[in-house]
Every structure is written in structure tokens, then in C-alpha cells.
Write a protein that binds this ligand. Structure first.
Ligand SMILES: CC(=O)N[C@H]1[C@@H](OP(=O)(O)OP(=O)(O)OC[C@H]2O[C@@H](n3ccc(=O)[nH]c3=O)[C@H](O)[C@@H]2O)O[C@H](CO)[C@H](O)[C@@H]1O
Ligand SMILES: [Mn+2]
Length: 331
């Protein structure tokens, strides 16, 4: 009943988008209250205020995994409501990025755009690991936002820079974050925020569905396929293909993740094997064996701001286009 009424009234609701609420009567005397939330969503309920999010535009994407973890897309949460719930918890979100060699050029846009879109109104502590602390630009931080810069050694190969992140993160969580933060997100630096990334992303263990493979069949996932590697996933196994560029969760869970991946990377190195997508391959193996409690759609790690896909209504965070040959120390 609700759904048939809503279907016919949906167009009207959109027409009335400028009004906060629309009231509809149904044949059996119910009054349905539709509140338009943003352009694409509306939530509805009866006078008893049992709200449900309703978004006909997202019905073509899955919003839950087979193990019942939510997959966050535009329309699956109400930003105002969810902010008000988390506000009461006085949370700190640690956020790590690495900028070594020529990747220091990405720092300014990353931080400036994060200040506009990333956990706005919440306490955020950025940790920036770099081999050139002197090159870190001055970026104006909002209230309750801070930046710690850490000097780290560099490596000759970009693959080693990328993989070394797991060990640095493990140590950071172990040595410093326990009394400092509640959640952590670990992000690539060659990225920029374009839309809201907020508390809807918080969870015990959070993975992001890779922007290139979100609608690919499982046999196209670029998992490590050599049994000699610790990251090996046999054909026919695997749930999603996750991005290495963004993951997070509680300190305890991300500590276990980074420790495990660091150990597996070391075992591979001792056996002279490097997984096809380095630590991303190990992350995918980890998530196969330790299911994330929440998944973020590729809205949270898109491939390029100038590219679109039918399922992507909002680009929140995206790779910055780069000339790989020019920016990386080696092919
Ligand atoms: C979208 C996505 O999921 N990207 C992943 C992908 O390629 P990407 O092409 O995104 O890898 P990338 O070149 O951005 O390297 C990953 C990260 O390492 C750091 N860095 C790298 C090179 C360098 O000279 N200096 C430096 O600081 C920097 O923080 C960068 O963001 O595969 C990599 C491993 O194979 C990582 O898992 C990336 O997260
Ligand atoms: Mn990257």
C-alpha cells in the first residue's frame, strides 16, 4: 500500500522539492508525511514518526552484502539525522595519508578539499607521512581539526612506498592512537573530495568497493592468482574487489588489518614474490577472510571526477588524474 501510493506521489514530491514536507492522504485514511531530503531522496512515515528512507533512484544497486553489512550509497542515509546521532559521541577520526617524492604536490588539494567535505563539524586529526616535511603547505584548518606531519624514509620503487604504508599504520595505531582517536581512515593522497564524506561511513571495519570493478563479474576481479603468494584467492572465491586507496574502521580492527597485511607482505618478500596489486591484493585477501562490517560504494573512491556511471549519483572522493610516468619514481 505505502509503495503504490508513494510511486504515484513521487513525481509530485519532486515537484514540491522546495517545500519541507508534503502530506498525502491514502484511501484507508492514513496520512503519509513525505519529507524531501536533498534532490534525490525523500523519507516518509506516518504521524508516529517511524521514518523510512525511500529512494527510487537507488533501486538498481545493492545496499546490503550477503553477510548483511550495509553498502552506503547516496539515498541510504539521512545526513542530518545521522550527524545528530553521532554528534553526541564526541568522536575523533584519525586520517592518514602518505606523500613521498613527487606526491607532495597532491597534499594541498587533498587537505583543502577535506576541510570542505570530510567529516565537517567533527574532530579530525590528519597524520601526514612524508619524506619532505618542509614541503607541506600551510592549510587553514577548521575548529577541532589538526594536522601532524611525520618524516619517513623513502623507497626507490613506488610499489615499496605504497606497501610500506601498512607497517607505518600498524605502528601509528599501536604507539599513538589509543587515547587519541576512535576511528581511523587510511587514504591515498592523489585524491580530492568533491562531496560529503561523513559519519555514515563509520563502522568497525570498512572497505570501499573499487571504482573500476564495482559492476564487473567476479571472474574479472584482479585478485592475486598465484598460490605462492599470501594474497592468493582462487577462482570462484571473493565477494567484492576492494580499493587499496581507502579503508578504515575502529582502531582495533584496523590495527589487526594492517598488522596482518604487513606480516603477509613480509612473507611474500621473503619468498621473492610481490602480489599483482601489492598491498591492495593483501587487503582483498584480508577482507575475504575478515568480512567488513560496512562497505562504501564507489561514490567514496571514484576513478575520475570527469567520468560518470549510471549508479553514481554523487562523487564524494575521487582520484586525481595523473601522469604515472612523470609522477612515479619508476614504472
Ligand atoms: C584507487 C586505488 O585503489 N588505488 C590503489 C592502486 O593504485 P594507485 O595508482 O592509486 O597507486 P598510487 O600511485 O596512488 O600509490 C599509492 C599511494 O602511495 C603513495 N605514494 C606512491 C608513490 C610515490 O612516489 N609517492 C607516494 O607517496 C601515495 O600516498 C599514493 O596515494 O594500487 C596501489 C597498490 O598497487 C594502491 O593500493 C592504491 O591505493
Ligand atoms: Mn592513488
Amino acid at each position: 500500500m505505502f509503495f503504490s501510493v508513494l510511486k504515484t506521489q513521487w513525481q509530485n514530491a519532486k515537484e514540491n522539492a522546495k517545500k519541507a514536507f508534503c502530506l498525502f492522504g491514502t484511501k484507508d485514511g492514513f496520512t503519509i508525511v513525505v519529507q524531501v531530503v536533498g534532490l534525490l531522496n525523500c523519507r516518509f512515515g506516518t504521524e508516529n514518526k517511524s521514518w523510512l528512507i525511500f529512494n527510487p533512484t537507488i533501486l538498481n544497486v545493492a545496499s546490503v552484502t550477503p553477510w548483511s553489512a550495509p553498502i552506503i550509497w547516496e539515498g541510504t542515509f539521512d545526513p542530518i539525522l545521522i550527524d545528530s546521532i553521532y554528534k553526541q559521541q564526541n568522536l575523533t577520526i584519525a586520517t592518514t595519508v602518505f606523500a613521498l617524492g613527487k606526491y607532495t604536490r597532491f597534499v594541498k588539494d587533498f587537505l583543502e578539499s577535506a576541510e570542505q567535505h570530510y567529516f565537517v563539524g567533527f574532530r579530525v586529526h590528519y597524520y601526514l607521512f612524508t619524506d619532505q616535511p618542509e614541503s607541506v603547505p600551510e592549510v587553514k584548518m577548521g575548529e577541532n581539526r589538526s594536522l601532524t606531519v611525520r618524516k619517513v624514509q623513502s623507497f626507490k620503487r613506488w610499489q615499496d612506498i605504497s606497501m610500506s604504508r601498512m607497517e607505518q599504520l600498524e605502528k601509528l595505531i599501536e604507539n599513538e592512537l589509543a587515547s587519541e582517536a576512535d576511528y581511523i581512515f587510511c587514504l591515498d593522497i592523489d585524491t580530492k573530495f568533491y562531496g560529503r564524506w561523513g559519519v555514515e561511513s563509520l563502522g568497525r571495519l570498512v572497505g570501499v568497493i573499487h571504482p573500476w570493478l564495482f559492476d564487473a563479474p567476479r571472474n574479472r576481479f584482479t585478485y592475486e592468482r598465484r598460490p605462492e603468494s599470501q594474497a592468493y584467492i582462487p577462482a570462484g572465491e571473493g565477494d567484492y574487489y576492494y580499493a587499496g586507496a581507502a579503508f578504515g574502521g575502529s582502531l582495533e580492527d584496523v590495527h589487526h588489518l594492517t598488522k596482518t597485511c604487513r606480516e603477509k607482505l613480509h612473507i611474500d618478500a621473503a619468498n621473492s614474490i610481490e602480489a599483482v596489486w601489492q598491498e591492495e591484493s593483501h587487503l582483498n585477501k584480508y577482507f575475504l577472510l575478515n568480512k567488513p562490517s560496512k562497505l562504501l560504494s564507489p561514490e567514496y573512491m571514484w576513478r575520475d571526477i570527469n567520468e560518470s556511471a549510471a549508479q553514481i549519483k554523487v562523487i564524494r572522493f575521487s582520484n586525481v588524474a595523473k601522469n604515472y610516468a612523470e609522477v612515479r619514481p619508476n614504472p
